[in-house]
Design a protein around this ligand. Structure first.
Ligand SMILES: Cc1ncc(C[n+]2csc(CCOP(=O)(O)OP(=O)(O)O)c2C)c(N)n1
Ligand SMILES: [Mg+2]
Length: 335
């Protein structure tokens, strides 16, 4: 009886067992690549790490609705789960981390976490918080003007909603009924600033002020995020306009490898959230639904470990960009 109950949850969403295992692999790959990045940082091989850990369900659940190479994505620096769902690999991430020439994001020029792929319509981000939003609504406007049913997914943390750029983009999206989804991953902190010093009231409620729906979701439950995102994507494709999704989640690591979070948050709080780890929760669901057993779980872990090992070795041995090429894409080159 219990098994039938849980099975119905994904079936009601139109997801089959292959979908579930694919989502699980994306989440686990994002996590294992991230963990490897911290090791490389501590070994002195990687200058800087910024993590997705804790946010994989929010990212994969939303991104599973995207049509790669057709819809547009404006990710933020934690969105490894989104770009992996779209088709980027462990190798891509590690080439970027180690700033190698072959890094598909920027040829080793940008900080890690500045995702970019022309084929996958992942638009490169600038480092200032919130600047992606006005660009995202511009792309949504282009879809609308062309009469295409593409959707734009624009992401950020809860603190990005304090920026003027976010409000301007929300306003523009509401006025023009644009096919854009604002996915706010509320992970409780902006570096050391807690949510209660960042936002008064609820983020989702702000959507009403701009004339479109806002929905809050448990961001550590991948199927719950998939469900609300699916509805938002369908609305956008029907030409009914934008949706704001606030995924309630938690940043499981320090802000970055340059931050010491022991200075501003209690260990007990982190430990409480670790019990709600989105990967742990999805794993329990998959076991309950009979999609995963211990042997299959081990098999997937081993496959992913091999992929991350291979990617690490490849990236460590890959050449750096040629110094002569530093100005390429910055200034026009003579023919
Ligand atoms: C305009 C601007 N101000 C400050 C910073 C420095 N900064 C980088 S990340 C960050 C925190 C953002 O918090 P949030 O939006 O909640 O995302 P999170 O890192 O928690 O995922 C800040 C203040 C910046 N990059 N840009
Ligand atoms: Mg935050």
């Amino acid at each position: 009886m219990a098994i039938r109950e849980t099975q119905r949850r994904h079936e009601a969403l139109g997801l089959d067992e292959d979908d579930l295992l694919r989502m699980y692999r994306h989440m686990l790959l994002a996590r294992r690549v991230d963990e490897r990045m911290w090791i490389l940082n501590r070994q002195g091989k990687a200058a800087f790490v910024i993590s997705c850990q804790g946010q994989e369900a929010a990212q994969v659940g939303a991104a599973y609705n995207l049509r790669p190479g057709y819809d547009y994505v404006y990710p933020y620096y934690r969105d490894a789960g989104i770009v992996i769902t779209l088709g980027m690999t462990a190798r891509d991430q590690l080439l970027s981390l180690l700033a190698r020439a072959e890094d598909p994001n920027s040829g080793g020029r940008q900080m890690p976490g500045h995702f970019s792929s022309r084929e996958l319509n992942i638009v490169t981000a600038s480092a200032p918080i919130g600047v992606q939003y006005p660009q995202a609504v511009g792309s949504a406007m282009a879809f609308k003007m062309r009469g295409e049913d593409g959707v734009v997914l624009a992401c950020g943390g809860e603190a990005s909603t304090s920026e003027g750029d976010w409000h301007e983009a929300m306003n523009f999206a509401g006025i023009h009924d644009l096919p854009v989804i604002f996915l706010i991953q509320n992970n409780v902190y902006a570096i050391s600033v807690p949510e209660n010093l960042q936002v008064a009231g609820r983020i989702v409620d702000r959507a009403a002020g701009y004339g479109f729906p806002g929905v809050e979701v448990d961001g550590n439950d991948v199927l719950a995020v998939y469900k609300v995102a699916k509805e938002a994507f369908e609305r956008a494709r029907r030409g009914e306009g934008p949706t704001l999704i606030e995924a309630k989640t938690y940043r499981m690591t320090a802000h970055s490898s340059d931050d010491d979070d022991r200075r501003y948050r209690e260990r007990e709080e982190v430990e409480e959230w670790r019990k709600k780890d989105p990967i742990l929760r999805f794993k329990q669901y998959l076991h309950g639904a009979g999609v995963l057993d211990d042997a299959k779980e081990r098999e997937i872990e081993e496959e992913i470990r091999a992929e991350v090992d291979e990617a690490t070795e490849y990236a460590e041995n890959a050449p750096y960009a040629d110094p002569e090429s530093a100005m390429r894409y910055v200034y026009a080159e003579e023919e």
